[in-house]
Ligand binder design. Structure first.
Ligand code: F6R
Length: 606
């Protein structure tokens, strides 16, 4: 959600913090601030973007210790006062915080009764005051932070500095990510490796309950009971170049265009042409165990959940195991019955989505067998699950998910093949799927080549206040994802329905003002889908059809024709034109494509 950066070392902290914040801005972006320690704490914070902050940070902001933050508001409106860092009343302690302090109201009331004046409406400011009090009574900042955190209920990733200890930063994690970056005689910390890769690729992820003390010459990590913990640094595969727009106007277009390569990486080394199987060593499961599951339950949030619906369909069709997907945010709250014969699959691009992580923890607590389909290596969900499939799609920077969505769908095809081939999926069908997967990247290139045409269509349809998306069975999650992409980046209202359900209610909405995007693949349901198009057109509705050929009768106003793959894999290709449609609609409407209003890239709060 929000972003944290911290630095301690021989260089000036301010430019490093600003650069890091810029890299994190995609995670949250309504206000930003930095504090640098140099004979006292020097603070600048503003409502607005990191670029606005950079304008008010003076060149004389010297000092080799500092922390910075980019915010996505939870407690209190976006404003200069509510922006982080927050200082204690004596301006000794500065804190930046991601997450939510649930007992902030109670803690604040006590502090106010003791005469503390608050300058912001945030939950975070209580931490600054409490740590300052504890720092007066303790010899180390580490101890002061530890003591304060004992009185706090909620989630946090925090970074703290003390004007009286100019050589150290203390960071701590509980439910909100903190990564320590190890440099040459300098140390970094951030909420996301994106802020670190320009300076170091050696990182350590903190676990929940851990705290770390960083000094220029090294770091120590501690469990909540103050025992020192041993951490093995991890080398990050991604470098700073992965976080550039690479000459594209927006990250979103770059990420849509990268899909031939990203899905090739997801498949790389995992397809076996000899036995027509998928090798998924990360699952940590032998054939006997792989055969033993009687159900598959998939959980994830937002687009990850929709890709889970595509996954459930693939698993049912190829492996003939009953499978379904559910939003992790719902699953975790309904006291789910956890079945020992079910394989649970958690999906997350970021690996940090709090609802998905909490659902995984609930499953594990009840003895469920959980695997992950995750993009961010070393992330909280990746560490929590029993095994899994990494996407290797590279960092996804634009808030709207695209390449992670298609890579997840490909990972599900691999999983379905794997589960299917230890059961009844024949070698011939296995070969059909393997060959189909191999064809996907080239076919995506063909769809991307239609970008100009789709841009024209997007302009034509973007000025409608509302759009309907429909699809049947395999096409329904595609429709849901198409509607999600359109609404989140263009702010055009979009609703997705199973095509079969239209006549049971939503047909009442159809008319000239509400065009329909219809997913009509060339499969066994083609005729049914064409009937639905006829029903829409009979009510004056306009139709933009996405499918494999022009319908014979004039059933659609516009058609995007895409290459055909195996019917089970077609949903992956059908998604691509809808990503482009949403992108070009957002551009036509002048939206902030990579940073849509009210959203943040990874949702690390409940
Ligand atoms: C939509 C989108 C979100 C995410 C969701 C889960 O474009 O990006 O709906 O898919 O917040 O995020 P991850 O996959 O990081 O768990």
């Amino acid at each position: 959600m929000c972003g944290i950066v911290a630095y301690v070392g021989p260089k000036d902290a301010a430019p490093i913090l600003l650069e890091g914040l810029q890299r994190l801005e995609y995670r949250g972006y309504d206000s930003a601030g930095v504090v640098v320690s140099n004979k006292g704490l020097k603070l600048r914070k503003v409502k607005g973007r990191v670029a606005d902050l950079a304008k008010v940070v003076p060149a004389r902001f010297k000092g080799g210790l500092g922390i910075g933050h980019t915010r996505w508001a939870t407690h209190g409106v976006p404003s200069d006062e509510n922006a982080h860092p927050h200082l204690s009343a004596d301006e000794r302690i500065a804190v930046v915080h991601n997450g939510i302090i649930e007992n902030a109201g109670e803690l604040r009331a006590k502090l106010e009764a003791d005469g503390v004046t608050f300058l912001s409406e945030t939950d975070t400011e209580v931490l600054a005051h409490l740590i300052a009090r504890a720092a007066d009574e303790n010899d180390s900042l580490e101890e002061a932070v530890r003591k304060t955190l004992k009185s706090v209920v909620g989630t946090y990733g925090i970074a703290v500095i003390d004007a009286e200890r100019p050589g150290e930063v203390v960071v701590a994690r509980n439910g909100s990510p903190i990564v320590v970056g190890i440099g040459e005689k300098e140390m970094f910390a951030a909420s996301d490796v994106a802020a670190l890769v320009r300076y170091t690729r050696q990182v350590v992820h903190l676990e929940d309950g851990e705290l770390a003390v960083l000094k220029a010459d090294g770091f120590h990590t501690f469990a909540s009971d103050a025992r020192e913990t041993a951490k093995e640094p991890l080398t990050v595969d991604w470098d700073a170049g992965h976080y550039d727009t690479g000459g594209y106007e927006h990250y979103l277009l770059k990420e849509i265009s990268e899909q031939p390569e990203t899905m090739t990486r997801t498949m790389s080394g995992r397809l076996d042409e000899r036995f027509h199987v998928a090798h998924l060593g990360g699952l940590n499961m032998d054939a006997r165990e792989t055969r033993s599951f009687r159900r598959v339950k998939i959980i994830g949030c937002g687009s990850a959940y929709y890709s889970g619906q595509i996954g459930a369909q693939l698993i049912e069709e190829l492996a003939r195991i009953p499978a379904d997907a559910e939003p992790a945010s719902e699953f975790r709250y309904r006291n789910p019955v956890v079945d020992p014969d079910t394989l649970y699959v958690a999906i997350s691009q970021s690996g940090e989505t709090y609802d998905t992580l909490a659902a995984v923890q609930e499953l594990k607590r009840k003895g469920g067998r959980v695997i992950g389909i995750v993009n961010a290596v070393g992330s909280a969900i990746a560490r929590e699950v029993d095994g899994g499939i990494y996407l290797h799609a590279g960092p996804e920077v634009s808030v709207a998910s695209t390449k992670a969505f298609t890579s997840t769908s490909v990972a599900f095809a691999l999983l379905a093949l794997h589960l299917g081939r230890v059961r009844d999926l024949s070698p011939a069908d296995g070969r059909r799927v393997v060959e189909g997967l191999r064809r996907l990247p080239g076919q995506i290139e063909e769809i991307l080549a239609q970008g100009d045409k789709i841009a024209e269509l997007a302009k034509k349809y973007a000025d409608h206040p509302s759009m309907m998306f429909v699809g049947r069975v395999r096409g329904y999650p595609v429709a849901r994802e198409g509607a999600q992409k359109l609404k989140e980046i263009s702010y055009v209202h979009a609703e997705a329905y199973p095509a079969s359900e239209l006549k049971h209610g939503p047909l009442a909405l159809i008319g000239p003002d509400m065009p329909t995007v219809a997913i009509v693949p060339d499969d066994e349901l083609l005729d049914k889908n064409l009937t639905t198009l006829g029903e829409i057109r009979a009510r004056g509705g306009r139709v933009l059809m996405v499918g494999h050929r022009e319908p014979e009768a004039k059933l659609a106003d516009d058609v995007i024709v895409i290459p055909k793959n195996e019917i089970e894999l077609d949903p992956i290709l059908l998604t691509i034109p809808l990503q482009l449609l949403a992108y070009y609609a957002a551009v036509a409407l002048g939206r902030d494509v990579d940073k849509p209003r009210n959203l943040a890239k990874s949702v690390t709060v409940e």
